[in-house]
Write a protein that binds this ligand. Structure first.
Ligand code: SF4
Length: 420
């Protein structure tokens, strides 16, 4: 086989990396920059790959070169386009090629960091050594201070995963599927206990690094850092029959048990020659979005998982309205909430009011009694909140009890196209 050029490898390995949602700009409409006849006729496509955006620990949005070291893989996870039995075009970078690409792109100001993942070649340890070597070369030989996110392989030696954490800003270990039984079925070479053990190892080292930093004596040398951006994971949605409540149960366990910063939800992408027990169509992108919203309510809005579960139908979140609104519509007796008096945790329950708006509202009401016009100035989604609030000059009256309140917010039903 003729040697591939660097640009060919980049095309293959950046495209292969797009299935990893851990730093994707997901949740937006896909727009292609290709014209109807093929050639490029526009710019700003959201379908592309290669450079993705992520948030640094200090909140900055940064651009990352997102590639696989290789899409060869000895494992046969049936939901994955890179599995050994898949008929995709394959390529492999050397360590020095990834290092050089990262440095070149960085110097041209295209990127501020690297997101590196890989299929498994030879063995998990061998692959992990290569991934670590990329980060080590960048950090120690080139003094690279940019952001590095390394996807680690749970089956690899824990010392290699620990070394990855010493070099990277963030590490992630994919949990892959929400249920252990699904993982056994679709990815027999993987094991949820092994994945969770690797996550627990990373958590221990994160805790140690945090403690060392907290107990650091003034004027003493800085303790070594370990993945200051923490650890994250990705769960594939819609490949198995797990419901949204199953998925949120697993996420809650991962957040509380392993201190994860983020659980990323990635809608399953159907592929050619896939096994027959995988769905032939992609789940709606809105499902991914609703899961992120529910995840947010659990983490930042003081909702309990049982409350989200109770707002689902057969375990599935409502695709037409967001989970906070779905909960509010089922608990109308708890509204209207007086925005001038209610404590923060109740204000967070009002549909249409985000955490930042709630904080601005609490600040504002120290100076003045909030009127409806004030709320409209604070947020563009005041209309959504109106049935659920009272202000100094406004009461929702019978609005809260109307039968068609849900219909005010849900998109109009679409007529199904007839098959011809
Ligand atoms: S180990 Fe990773 S790259 Fe290999 S088949 Fe499984 S999911 Fe795909």
């Amino acid at each position: 086989m003729a040697a591939r050029s660097l640009i060919d490898k980049l095309a293959i390995l950046a495209d292969a990396a797009k299935y990893d949602a851990s730093c994707a700009s997901s949740g937006t409409a896909t727009r292609s920059s290709m014209g109807q006849n093929g050639p490029k006729q526009g710019l700003g496509s959201t379908e592309g790959m290669g450079i993705c955006h992520a948030y640094a620990p200090d909140g900055r949005c940064i651009s990352l070169l997102k590639v696989l070291l290789t899409n060869f893989c000895i494992f046969d996870c049936r939901y994955c386009v890179n599995r050994v039995s898949s008929n995709v075009d394959r390529a492999r970078f050397s360590v020095s090629e990834v290092v050089q690409l990262t440095l070149d792109f960085y110097k041209r100001n295209y990127i501020e960091g690297l997101f590196l993942s890989s299929g498994i070649i030879q063995s998990p340890d061998y692959t992990m050594e290569q991934i670590v070597d990329v980060a080590r070369t960048l950090r120690e030989e080139h003094q690279f201070r940019g952001y590095i996110h390394l996807k680690t392989i749970p089956e690899a030696d824990p010392l290699l995963i620990a070394r990855a954490g010493e070099l990277a800003d963030r590490v992630s270990i994919n949990v892959e599927l929400p249920k252990e039984s699904s993982l056994e079925h679709f990815a027999p070479e993987k094991s949820q206990p092994v994945i969770r053990k690797a996550m627990a190892g990373v958590k221990l080292r994160l805790d140690d690094a945090r403690d060392a930093q907290a107990n650091r004596l003034i004027r003493k040398a800085k303790p070594p850092v370990f993945a200051p951006g923490g650890q994250s994971t990705q769960m594939i949605i819609g490949a198995d029959a797990s419901t949204d409540t199953d998925i949120l149960k697993t996420s809650t366990e991962l957040y509380s048990g392993y201190g994860l910063r983020r659980v990323y939800y990635s809608a399953f992408s159907p592929m050619q020659d896939a096994s027959l027990d995988l769905p032939p169509v992609k789940p709606p992108l809105m499902r991914e979005h609703r899961l992120y919203q529910a995840d947010w309510l659990l983490q930042f809005y003081q909702f309990e998982r049982s409350e989200i579960d109770a707002s689902t139908t057969n375990g599935m979140l409502d695709l037409d309205i967001d989970p906070k609104l779905a909960w509010a519509l089922r608990h109308r007796s708890q509204f209207p909430i007086d925005v001038n008096r209610a404590p923060r945790h109740l204000l967070l329950r009002i549909p249409g009011l985000g955490a930042k708006t709630v904080d601005r509202l609490i600040e504002a009401r120290r100076m003045t009694s909030i009127r409806l016009a004030d709320l409209i100035k604070l947020t563009k989604t005041a209309k959504k909140a109106m049935p659920f609030i009272q202000t100094a000059d406004y009461q929702p009256g019978g609005l809260l009890d109307t039968d068609n309140l849900r219909a005010r917010f849900a998109p109009p039903p679409e007529q199904l196209a007839l098959a011809v």
